[in-house]
Design a protein around this ligand. Sequence first.
Ligand SMILES: NCc1[nH]cc(CCC(=O)O)c1CC(=O)O
Length: 317
Amino acid sequence: MFTPIRIGSRGSQLALWQANHVLEALRATGHSAEIEVIRTTGDRMQSSDFVPPPEIDGKGIFIKEIEEALAEGRIDLAVHSLKDLPTRLSPRFTLTAIPKRADARDVWVCEPYWALHTLPLGGSIGTTSPRRKAQLLSLRPDVAFVDVRGNIDTRLRKLAAGECDALVLAAAGLDRLGRTEWVHQRFSPEELCPAPGQGALAIETRSGSHPIDEARDLFVAQAIAGLDHSETRFCVEVERIVLDALGGGCSLPVGVHCLPAFEGWRVFAQVIAPDGESMVAIDTEAPASIESESLGQRIADDLKSRGALELLTPSVI
Ligand SMILES: NCc1[nH]cc(CCC(=O)O)c1CC(=O)O
């Protein structure tokens, strides 16, 4: 009745793996689908010659062109790494399915030194993430950082070439690409709390209020509804509400991780000064009956009452 469902994806190996994962799931339920590769501002920034225009503030740089394709009807849905999505979505779009989350943890990738505590004094870690830098400094104030950018294989190649001693990457990316031989230490959320949404995928579609073709959009929404995992959705909603309440954006040194626990939920959160010297941390439980909105707000209020905002903007004090 309809032409194949068009899945929009970035062209990186990880993005294509993720888009293929959704493609396979659609095919398994009898749907025909195809992938449309879209180059984003974020991808161009990773190739060294591209200087971003000043209006680009880092939020949503991996999704802008994909959302344009969605809005114009060139694709029917987009598959994203949830942690790359800004906390606030335009009302034109909606997260129709959030599939079951993979391993949300960050991992230590380093050949001779198999754990962070065995890295020699002053060793260098290749990361540009303010969250990872602050967390690593809180555990090892002596480490140095090197800007290692690019997709996962590029970073692994730079590590192998000796540009840095170690990397810290998301377990989900390495697991999905089958690069598990590189994984030694997986950090617990108490040690190095993952980014909100890390390890989860988001399937974004046009909102029901902004259809291109109402019948087709409904058909697409129904085709992917079965991929939604309610427990994962609850957890990432909590994590994103906390991040949003603290100012949003992947450039904040904020880790939040929610997971199912005995008869309810457990939430870890860390807000760390960029130099790693001070931290506000939370490890708490909540009953199964709580709404994600109130749990997220409770955690955010708790972090703020302990000084989290002052840690994020030290110049204000
Ligand atoms: N910001 C890049 C990015 N976006 C999603 C992942 C990994 C996969 C995931 O967290 O779902 C990565 C790489 C990394 O942080 O190591």
